[in-house]
Design a protein around this ligand. Structure first.
Ligand code: AGP
Length: 613
């Protein structure tokens, strides 16, 4: 995700900010830039690609100045180009921004109507134009920033400079982190998206809170509420992390950090994709016409690994909600099977990296056969995103851990939105039904947070079973792919053999495996399959199996079943159980791997992106 670094003080801000941006490189980005105030003018320097490219570009210029603001961009709106790189400057106002401005299109249209001309495709650029507009209406710099931000819907962490207020630097945040540090010199301030960028200068930090704006000038620093301008007193916190821990925000592994980022990642994937009153879906960004949507008679989903599991869940949604036939294929099988696809097939490629060789090749095969391609992807302008006719990006931010977690739940979020969109177009759901599903989706991050708050219970569960050799995961219906996903998570990071199975298949073989040495994970949410799944886990108990049951709060389990762990999760809409029930399984796998002492973020033999066959 994007990174911001800003400096004001007696030092030359250029090396300070570049060093801070370097410390944020782990967050992933595709372009970089800085803005320097020097002799009353603000110069901006930007480049596509890595920070080293920007440094090469400015090396000869011996740049010197303060304040300086810098940015590494993880493209969400607008391709990774120099024109889209931050900072964005308009008539002396310069902005760097991390987040998503949900209503940027309507603001952009309004400003264009007032004669503004934009030089980028980004949502961020509307901020510099809004601030200029407020300044032209007589507001001072602080008022212009706060008035502009009060018109914005979405998320932001931002830093702003203004040529006509060279003594000031303003930062603000809403649902996107921003941390500040006081330098050892009077009037010296450091600001960054994350702690690693500040540790070289100070361990005493101040966290800006949502709806707050900080103003730095030669009078010092003040923090005010964006809504009422009231001054806020802020606590200085001492950070004890070392730089490596800081990159993981204090988590022991990137995987754990990314598991805990899922509520935000799901919320961010919803941003800008619901209509004004949040009663329906708006996926116009995909760019298909109504005629195109109506031309699709069937859907084929192609993916690998965890992304394939997301596709398996999507099949249920597309058929149950959108009433369109949907088949799911493993990419490495699809590409060699003379597949039946043609002009009336929508082929969806799901890929976190957007670079998986099998998925890319399978999509190229589908293209050759005349299908329309749609990518569900986490990396902007990746090969698969560029190949497809339309793209629906997940906004998970970079996923560093090899085992996919937040990418999976955001893939499911995007696929559920897509199912609702197609259901709306095909009128297989009423707008009231779509509205109910949207409300359930909006509640999901809260339900995930509640599971995360009980991570310790899953660590205890992992402690009881981390020495076993085999696991079996059982579920039914649209939760069966979550049994597969839970098993994959466990085996790929803890190296314990694990299988996911449709619970109804027990009697056709796996039941022969049941004994007290093999934990059997059973997903038993309160849905249409509950009665059957209860019989399944009673069959396991009758054969001395060791049950790990994940259910809603009302499941009654007979007292005779004594070899049992029971983890309860919230009740959410039945269709959304996959997004919720996968989270405790991710944590179970994570804590098991930690107890086994494996390399959780970089498991043996695995790569984050399998770009070879
Ligand atoms: C999942 O935890 C694995 N890392 C792996 O199965 C992964 O999902 C698969 O390689 C597909 O990757 P992609 O989503 O980047 O295409």
């Amino acid at each position: 995700m994007c990174g911001i670094v800003a400096y004001m003080g007696p030092k030359n801000g250029v090396p300070v900010v570049l060093d801070g941006l370097r410390k944020l490189e782990y967050r992933g980005y595709d372009s970089a830039g800085i803005a320097i105030l020097e002799q009353g003018k603000i110069a901006i320097h930007r480049s596509v690609g890595k920070l080293i490219g920007l440094e090469e570009k400015i090396r000869e210029q011996q740049l010197h100045g303060t304040p300086v603001i810098g940015h590494t961009r993880w493209a969400t709106h607008g391709r990774p180009t120099e024109a889209n790189a931050h900072p964005h400057k308009h008539e002396g106002v310069v902005v760097v921004h991390n987040g998503i401005i949900e209503n940027y299109l309507e603001l952009r249209r309004e400003l264009i109507g007032l004669g503004h001309i934009f030089s980028s495709e980004t949502d961020t650029e509307v901020l510099s134009h809004l601030i200029v507009r407020a300044l032209q209406s007589g507001a001072d710099f602080e008022q212009a920033v706060s008035q502009s931000l009060l018109r914005v819907r979405g998320t932001y962490a931002l830093a702003v400079l203004y040529e006509k207020a060279p003594e000031k630097m303003i930062v603000a945040r809403q649902s996107s982190p921003l941390v500040m540090a006081l330098g050892e010199n009077v009037g010296e301030y450091f600001v960054a998206s994350d702690i690693p960028a500040l540790l070289a200068w100070s361990k005493d930090v101040i966290f800006l809170d949502d709806g707050e704006m900080a103003v730095f000038d030669d009078q010092g620093m003040k923090v005010v509420g964006l809504d009422d301008g009231a001054q806020h007193e802020k606590e200085v916190r001492r950070i004890s992390w070392d730089p490596i821990m800081a990159e993981k925000s204090g988590y022991k592994h990137f995987m754990l950090k990314e598991i805990f980022e899922q509520p935000d990642a799901v919320s961010n994937t919803l941003l800008g994709r619901l209509n004004e009153d949040r009663s329906g879906v708006d996926l116009t960004e995909i760019g298909f016409s109504q005629e195109q949507w109506h031309s699709f008679k069937e859907i084929k989903i192609i993916a690998c690994g965890t992304s394939w599991h997301a596709g398996l869940v999507a099949k249920y949604w597309l058929e149950n909600l959108a009433r369109i036939p949907a088949e799911v294929d493993i990419a490495s099988e699809f590409r060699y099977r003379d597949p039946l696809v043609g002009p009336d097939t929508l082929v969806i490629g799901i890929s976190q990296s957007g670079e998986t060789a099998d998925t890319l090749a399978a999509l190229q095969e589908a293209r050759r056969r005349g299908a329309t391609l749609l990518a569900i992807c986490n990396v902007m302008e990746s090969s698969i995103a560029r190949l497809c006719d339309g793209v629906l990006y997940t906004h998970a931010g970079p996923e560093i851990g090899v085992a996919s977690t937040k990418a999976f739940t955001t893939q499911l979020t995007a696929l559920f939105l897509l199912s609702l969109e197609i259901a709306t177009i095909r009128e297989s759901l009423t707008s009231a039904e779509v509205g109910e599903y949207v409300q359930e989706l909006l509640h999901l991050p809260v339900a995930i947070e509640k599971v995360l708050a009980r991570a310790a219970d899953l660590e205890l569960m992992a402690r009881r079973y981390h020495l076993v050799d085999d696991y079996l995961y059982l579920a039914r219906g649209l939760n069966f792919p979550i049994a597969l996903e839970g098993a994959l998570k466990l085996k790929e990071i803890s190296y314990i053999h694990a299988e996911g199975y449709p619970a109804g298949e027990m009697k056709h073989g796996p039941i022969a495996l049941i004994d007290e040495s093999m934990p059997v994970v059973v997903l038993a949410p309160p849905d249409r399959h509950l009665e059957k799944i209860v019989s399944n886990f009673q069959e396991v108990a009758a054969r001395d199996g060791r049950l790990l049951i994940f259910s809603g709060p009302d499941l009654e389990i007979s007292a005779e079943i004594d070899k049992l762990d029971h983890f309860i999760v919230d009740v959410v809409g039945e269709e959304l159980n996959p997004l919720l029930y996968v989270v405790p399984l991710q944590l179970l796998a994570y804590y098991t791997a930690v107890l086994k002492g494996t390399d959780v973020d970089q498991p043996r033999n695995l790569a984050k992106s399998v770009t070879v066959e």
